[in-house]
Design a protein around this ligand. Structure first.
Ligand code: FNR
Length: 184
């Protein structure tokens, strides 16, 4: 069975560069993994007051995370940090207290930005949460995709061979990381 990878995209924009990148990853994925893109756009804000009667969107998210073999975050940077909708998703699936859906899930992070630094700040803030959430976070390769506005054609397809090659090798490394961090 291929690994079931939930790909969380941290942008809510229709023309999101990160969404285009995530779609490219789906196309580049080896047969050993299935990548499914998850949206964080419609998730109501997490509120612990509702833990005893969770909203259906929260329950669906928690179930999706628990079902996944591994998690891939593909996200922009907002003000040098993780965009609010992505952080909200992380918070929702980390609770209620004692039932952290992310725990033990091997994870990796790709950040993309039109800027030169490729979302470095967002990437590392996200890694900080992953450590706290007990997710084995793939250390290498790091993926800061800068000048991402130059990578796609008019149809939104990846049009840069170097980036395609890099993403392919990233996914291969991720497969090895998942295998090494999955309990048999
Ligand atoms: C941004 N952007 C941005 N870019 C960056 O490299 N570092 C940053 O800190 C920020 N901060 C930031 C804050 C807010 C509120 C917005 C809306 C945008 C620009 C951002 O990288 C750009 O809009 C990307 O295109 C967003 O990614 P998607 O939506 O194209 O995937």
């Amino acid at each position: 069975m291929p690994y079931d990878i939930a790909v969380f995209v941290g942008s809510v924009r229709k023309e999101s560069l990160n969404l285009k990148l995530a779609r490219s990853l789906v196309a580049l994925a080896p047969a050993s993994m299935t990548l499914e893109i998850e949206s964080v756009a419609a998730l109501p804000l997490y509120n612990p007051d509702l833990d005893s009667a969770p909203l259906p969107e929260w329950s669906a998210l928690r179930a999706r995370v628990k079902r996944a073999d591994a998690i891939l975050f593909v996200t922009p940077e907002h003000n040098r940090s993780v965009p609010a909708p992505m952080k909200n998703a992380i918070d929702i699936a980390s609770r209620p207290y004692g039932d952290n859906a992310w725990s033990g899930k091997p994870g990796a992070v790709i950040t993309a930005s039109p800027g030169a630094m490729g979302g470095f700040g967002s990437n590392h803030h996200l890694r900080q949460s992953m450590v706290f959430l007990d997710m084995p976070a793939m250390p290498q390769p790091e993926a800061y995709i800068g000048h991402a506005d130059k990578l796609f054609d008019a149809e939104g397809k990846l049009a840069n061979d170097g980036t395609a090659k890099f993403l392919g090798s990233f996914l291969q490394a991720f497969e090895a990381w998942i295998s090494a961090n999955t309990k048999k």
